[in-house]
Design a protein around this ligand. Structure first.
Ligand code: ZN
Length: 111
């Protein structure tokens, strides 16, 4: 093993297997742009308040509504005088499970 090989960083066993052993990647982002777009669309889903497509923060498991016009969920709170105060919570969704984040990272990976 020479120095250049030593400095190579693998982020998964799969990367290593593909690179070093010539194996086929297990997960592959489709080359079909339309198919990829529909996979992304399904993955993201829409905001229940404004019906806009949600935004995925790459590398996280958070989907959020980035529509500046969307106020999100209406919440009524009581202030110190007992008066109702209407406020809005921006909509976001947390993906549960490691798999969802993996899918997100896979389909949103730019090549
Ligand atoms: Zn929204």
């Amino acid at each position: 093993m020479n120095n250049t090989e030593k400095s190579k960083v693998y982020y998964s066993f799969e990367d290593f297997a593909v690179e070093e052993m010539g194996m086929k990647p297990l997960r592959r982002v489709t080359r079909d742009k339309q198919k990829l777009a529909s996979q992304r669309e399904k993955f993201l889903g829409t905001c229940p308040y404004c019906k806009e497509q949600l935004h995925y923060s790459y590398g996280t498991n958070i989907l959020s509504c980035n529509n500046p016009e969307c106020k999100g969920k209406k919440v009524t709170l009581k202030d110190s005088d007992g008066k109702d105060v209407v406020t809005y919570k921006p909509y976001y969704r947390i993906l549960l499970g490691e798999n969802s984040s993996t899918i997100g990272s896979t389909i949103f990976e730019e090549d």
